[in-house]
Design a protein around this ligand. Structure first.
Ligand code: FE2
Length: 271
């Protein structure tokens, strides 16, 4: 668990270890990214190491321990293609809009959201379109430093999940359907940082109006704490991977549109 004795300096040092870039095939072979690493830090695999094959071939080659998730209709093929078109007035998904996407975690409507997210660049935006990631533990350390016990309490309170039967994807879970927004120091607990107006489209936990106000304050703070987040501007065929339970992710505005990414999600086999 997160300790109150962690100082801001220690929190900053921890944040420095939150992104690794794998630039060569040799480094990839000698130090392949593991599930444990992705819970601790995000990894960018450069195109030079990731290759130019199809995304559905590339992901299992880079992360052989990952079982690619196919539960959601968007992920039935194992890959979701996200195409940003700035000229589209009413795109099918908000992720297709050219504007900045706020910090969130993916598939928060599921009792057990997939643990890992892999984003592969197919075509860069003319400008912008960087991916941002921030580790939950670094956010909590900062909240502690600011003595924001009110926000910490709101994030950690167990709440009823709003979910359809088809999202209750834990065998034997019965009626148990509660979750938290986020807790520090617990890699086994999914974060559920939904974006009610954009990326995840709905409220997925029952919350009072007062708690929603605190939650929105927290989400705004995530955007402001840019010293804690890590930024990856992916070139064609670069890959970014991280734990969807431990990292929140965002995307900067895609000036010029035309950004295409392919996204796979998955879980560690046998977990
Ligand atoms: Fe997302």
């Amino acid at each position: 668990m997160y300790s109150e004795s962690v100082t801001p300096v220690e929190a900053a040092e921890a944040a420095d270890g939150r992104l690794r870039r794998i630039g060569t095939l040799t480094e990839l072979r000698e130090h392949p990214p593991t599930a444990a690493e992705l819970r601790r830090r995000a990894v960018v695999v450069d195109a030079a190491a990731a290759g130019d094959g199809a995304t559905l071939d590339t992901v299992p080659a880079l992360f052989p321990w990952m079982e690619v998730w196919r539960d959601h209709v968007s992920y039935a093929t194992g890959v979701w293609r996200c195409s940003v078109d700035e000229h589209e007035d009413d795109p099918l998904y908000t992720a297709y809009e050219a504007r900045h996407l706020d910090f969130h975690t993916d598939m928060t409507r599921y009792l057990r959201p997939p643990e890992f997210t892999v984003i592969r660049c197919i075509a860069r935006a003319v400008a912008g379109g960087a991916n941002l990631v921030v580790h939950v533990d670094d956010l909590f350390a900062e909240l502690e430093r600011r003595a924001r016990t009110d926000l910490i309490a709101v994030l950690g309170e167990p709440r009823t999940l709003n979910m359809d039967e088809r999202h209750r994807n834990v065998p034997g879970a019965g009626e148990r359907a509660s979750g938290v927004l986020a807790v520090p120091g617990r890699p086994d607990v999914p974060s559920r940082i939904f974006d009610p107006t954009a990326a995840t489209k709905a409220m997925h936990l029952d919350m009072s109006d007062a708690d929603i106000a605190r939650y929105e304050e927290f989400r705004q703070l995530c955007d402001e704490l840019d010293n804690l987040s890590r930024r990856a501007l992916l070139a064609r065929h670069d890959v970014l991977a991280f734990s969807n339970w431990r990292f929140l992710h965002a995307r900067t505005a895609c000036a010029g549109g035309r950004r295409v990414t392919e996204i796979s999600m998955g879980n560690e086999r046998s977990r």
